[in-house]
Design a protein around this ligand. Structure first.
Ligand SMILES: *[C@@H]1O[C@H](CO)[C@@H](O)[C@H](O)[C@H]1NC(C)=O
Ligand SMILES: *[C@@H]1O[C@H](CO)[C@@H](O)[C@H](O)[C@H]1NC(C)=O
Ligand SMILES: [Mn+2]
Length: 606
């Protein structure tokens, strides 16, 4: 299972990997990776999907760049799987396009390559290598300076560790368990609960049981295994683990992790000081291809209005003060550590969430609104494999959208439609079944939770309340209703007309200021969306960052009424459709010819 519905984790394999690496290589350019797509002129539906994903990446780039800067010396896996050497008869590369072999250079025979590739396709990370690495491998100490000197009370609450998984490699689970056993003070570790959300790999039955027995030789009864008789999804798996746990504190983790030294003490000390604080450790990234580790710096966890989670930088005073101390966070990405009973008192997790996504944001909002708080603990670090793809859910956006609407319905009050806007769904009658939310509404009443507005103002002021959007969704010209305004090829800044498909590249937002934003909605106040502008010369409209620091995009205000012309306030020209000689049509700015436009959803009449 994945840690969360984080945007960077949500890519399909090809886009994510190509992009991330290009971005790392080109730190100066936020959209540097999009160079890769320069040659693409015509957009197939597949490319549209790619654009949607590209646009989601942006929020994670800074963090990735930082992680590269921090790249720590690695314990090389060489020696386990030797690097290719010239003198060896080189086996033919059977899978040059595989994202495993594009990133991982190991000298494997053809048979071994086939095995490694099959395992990679099945699990989304390098199981072939994992099976050959020591279960108790050392990890570089990536904690901030000062953590190794920190001292914690001798008497701390006891700890239960929950590891949840669905179709996870045996050796990866074994390594997670081994790290927890070796790196948690034995007198504090009450139990480890393994929750199998109905995986289909057979070695998670007998072979895992044998492994548990081997641990029990020295630590009788330490491990418990619970298996769902059908797959119930991330939230239910976490709930199952929490219910089976018996420690004072419960740490609910994915099973594709390894904990670092002294990971538990800072968490337990913080909860001992205040049981209403819910914590998250800091993750390091373990590459899916070579299983080496990148240091991620301490960040808070936030989200956008689609409720994809994202990293947030911490306030400046935290950096100047003491970087070993816990920092407030608006939300969690999924890995949580909490007082076991308090977690229940505050409503645990919403069991009505399906498959994946949104449950972490629901928890974050609820905890803050209902009497708790959330902190990131820099001295507690966990190495986490960022999978290339999830074997169990090819398109995350389906459950993600549904769960986001569910969160909105229970918690977001007058801001709930922001979720519809971000997903491009109608304000009413979106046709998506969000299940029964009455229990969650009762919980909110019972706990006397604050209104969502309080959260926006006090906990997460970075989030833009989106009060200026008048209309949103696809933007269609009356002369040609089967095509929509589209952000066009990326990279590039020329919007086009393209067959309507409702993906984020065709989301347009008309603001009371007169700006028209095109493409995936960036939700934070500091985020610049892309504004439609009339460059003033030539016939083609452009997309331009609405602001870059103090610079505002020129000619970005348009007069528009539903069904009427879209006319630029500065140049007086109109956005129109021009028919080409070949029967096609182009999006142009020209002298106004009286063409009318409609935007799919009206928030306030304009
Ligand atoms: C930072 O806080 C830790 C306690 O976690 C303390 O031991 C250390 O002395 C502090 N460092 C500074 C520079 O204040
Ligand atoms: C404990 O944390 C809560 C928020 O989670 C805060 O309101 C309360 O004041 C804290 N209590 C103490 C004793 O620090
Ligand atoms: Mn994960």
């Amino acid at each position: 299972m994945r840690v969360s519905s984080c945007r960077v984790l949500a890519f399909s394999l090809p886009v994510a990997v190509v992009l991330v690496y290009a971005l790392l290589a080109n730190k100066a350019t936020r959209f540097g990776a999009e160079e890769l797509a320069r040659d693409r002129q015509s957009l197939s539906m597949q490319n549209q999907e790619l654009l949607l994903r590209l646009s989601k990446l942006e929020g994670e780039i800074d963090k990735l760049v930082r992680s590269v800067d921090e790249k720590v010396p690695q314990q090389k896996a060489a020696g386990v799987v030797p690097e290719r050497t010239e003198k060896q008869g080189q086996a033919r590369r059977l899978f040059p396009d595989s994202f495993l072999f594009q990133n991982w250079r190991a000298s494997l025979s053809e048979q071994e390559q086939r095995e490694a590739e099959a395992l990679f396709q099945r699990f989304g990370y390098n199981v072939y290598l994992s099976d050959r690495l020591a279960l108790d491998r050392a990890l570089p100490d990536t904690r901030p300076a000062g953590c190794s000197r920190a001292r914690y009370p001798a008497a701390l609450p006891s700890l239960s560790v929950v590891l949840i998984y669905l179709t996870e490699a045996l050796s990866v689970i074994q390594r997670a368990v081994t790290s927890v056993v070796n790196r948690t003070p034995p007198h504090l570790l009450r139990d480890i609960v393994l929750v199998d959300d109905h995986s289909d790999n057979e070695d998670l039955q007998d072979k895992l049981d044998d492994f548990i027995q081997s641990i029990h030789v020295n630590r009788p009864g330490l491990l418990k295994k619970v298996r769902h008789s059908q797959t119930l999804g991330l939230a239910q798996a976490r709930l199952t683990g929490w219910k089976a746990a018996t420690g004072d504190v419960v740490a609910i983790l994915d099973a594709h992790i390894e904990v670092h030294v002294n990971w538990a003490e800072p968490l337990l000390a913080r909860i001992k000081a205040n049981r209403t604080v819910i914590l998250t450790p800091v993750f390091d990234k373990v590459n899916f291809y070579d299983l080496e580790l990148d240091n991620y710096m301490t960040s808070a966890h936030g989200f956008d209005w689609a409720l994809w989670c994202t990293y947030e930088s911490l306030p400046p005073d935290w950096y100047s003060h003491n970087q070993t101390l816990p920092a407030k966070s608006p939300s969690v990405m999924g890995i949580v550590v909490a007082d076991r009973l308090f977690f229940g008192e505050i409503g645990a997790l919403d069991g009505g969430m399906s498959v994946y996504g949104g449950e972490n944001v629901e928890l974050g909002i609820r905890v803050w609104l209902c009497g708790g708080s959330i902190e990131v603990v820099p001295c507690s670090k966990i190495a986490h494999i960022e999978r290339a793809h999830k074997p169990y859910m090819p398109d995350l956006s389906v459950p993600m959208k549904r769960n986001a609407l569910r969160v909105a319905e229970v918690w977001l009050d007058e801001y709930k439609h922001n979720v519809n806007m971000a997903w491009g769904l109608p304000l009413r009658d979106h046709g998506i079944d969000i299940g029964d939310v009455s229990e969650r509404r009762k919980l909110r009443e019972r706990l006397k939770c604050r209104p969502f507005r309080w959260y926006l103002e006090n906990v997460y002021p970075q989030l833009d309340p989106l009060t200026t959007i008048l209309g949103y969704g696809s933007l269609v010209n009356e002369l040609q209703t089967d095509v929509c305004v589209d952000q066009g090829p990326v990279p590039g800044s020329t919007p086009i007309l393209y067959v309507c498909h409702g993906q984020s590249s065709q989301l347009c937002y008309y603001h009371s200021s007169g700006e028209i934003h095109v493409g995936y909605l960036r939700s934070r106040r500091s985020d610049s969306n892309r504004c439609l502008v009339d460059p003033g010369t030539g016939r083609l409209p452009r997309l331009h960052d609405c602001f870059q620091g103090d610079r505002r995009a020129p000619n970005r205000h348009w007069d528009f009424q539903q069904g009427r012309a879209i006319r630029n306030r500065d140049t007086g020209r109109c956005l129109e459709v021009s028919r080409a000689a070949d029967g096609g049509h182009r999006l142009v700015v020209q002298e106004c010819g009286g063409q009318g436009w409609s935007i799919a959803n009206v928030v306030r009449s304009f």
